[in-house]
Design a protein around this ligand. Structure first.
Ligand SMILES: N[C@@H](CCC(=O)N[C@@H](CS)C(=O)NCC(=O)O)C(=O)O
Length: 289
């Protein structure tokens, strides 16, 4: 496995994204250059920093994971760990605005992480993928793991995956925002999102009363949801009120791959102070650029 636990090999595989300055008129060329650079970087990283990767998977170039330790980032580190795919972590410090660099926008035009670059994409050529759900599906198709081919099983996985990316994630995100980060305490907003997340936890709890995992067997749908449930308290939820969800959560957290994914440490992320006006001006009040 490329990513080792305990994570002392971590510094050997992390490369920070360096922001690049591009003129607006050069954007198309910049995107192309950035894509080539990204593919080249992956190759370089593979040959330079990965004695352990070569030991684990001879000849494999690592997937680049553009990452910050949040529930959306964890989805992909969990999947990469579960599949045993070689990967390097490229931290995207969203508190400093690295999600807006031209290099990153070339692979993730929504200025959100996670994103990946797979040097060995379709046809053996590099491919970049943004949006956590699309990345999970891509990796599931690539490896044949945790994303069944059989149509009924696949539909179930997609139902719960889309339920997470379109429902649980955005609602839980808003609940956390209004409960912890909003400059004023807006009771209506707090109640609206906390209640909605509570309803969604109830939906999972009911489902998990009769199914071991969200789509029956452990799948990318569970990987998508678990990181959000990990932050239940911040969303105003008590897992003790949802015994089946709690059982599911504990079972997933006990998986060695999930433990390794959660153990990835990004020092800069631990130091972020959400009350810092500079951080707030980067993360909040974003408008079209
Ligand atoms: N729909 C996206 C959401 C990703 C997302 O919201 N990422 C957040 C961190 S959890 C981010 O990059 N935020 C940067 C910002 O707000 O500027 C996905 O599922 O990948």
């Amino acid at each position: 496995m490329f990513w080792q636990h305990p994570p002392e090999t971590f510094t050997g595989v992390v490369e920070f994204i360096r922001g690049a300055v591009f003129l607006a008129g050069d954007m198309k060329r910049a995107r192309k250059t950035a894509k080539n650079k990204i593919a080249k970087k992956a190759t370089t990283a593979a040959s330079k920093s990965t004695a352990s990767a070569r030991r684990a998977l001879p000849g494999a170039k690592p997937i680049e994971l553009y990452y910050w330790p949040t529930p959306n980032g964890w989805k992909i580190s969990i999947m990469l760990e579960e599949c045993g795919l070689p990967y390097v972590v490229r931290p995207v410090d969203i508190s400093k605005g690295e999600q807006f660099t031209a290099e990153f926008l070339a692979i993730s035009p929504n200025n959100r992480m996670p994103a990946i670059v797979d040097p060995a994409g379709p046809g053996g050529r590099p491919i970049s993928v943004f949006e956590s759900g699309a990345i999970l599906q891509y990796l599931g198709r690539k490896t044949g793991k945790f994303y069944p081919r059989e149509e009924r099983a696949r539909v179930a996985v997609e139902e719960w995956l889309y339920w997470q990316v379109g429902g649980l994630g955005p609602m839980a995100g808003q609940a956390v925002h209004f409960r912890r980060y909003a400059p004023q305490e807006i009771f209506y907003a707090i109640a609206r999102y906390t209640d909605e997340v509570n309803r969604l936890y109830g939906v999972m709890n009911t489902r998990l009363a009769r199914h071991e995992f969200l789509a029956g067997r452990y799948s990318i749908a569970d990987m998508a949801a678990v990181g959000w449930v990990r932050l239940a308290e911040r969303q105003g939820q008590n897992l003790g009120d949802f015994p089946h969800l709690k059982r599911w959560f504990e079972a997933i957290c006990a998986r060695p791959a999930v433990k390794r994914a959660f153990a990835i440490r990004i020092e800069a992320a631990s130091a972020v102070d959400m009350r810092d006006p500079k951080v707030r001006s980067v993360l909040f009040g974003q408008r079209a650029r």
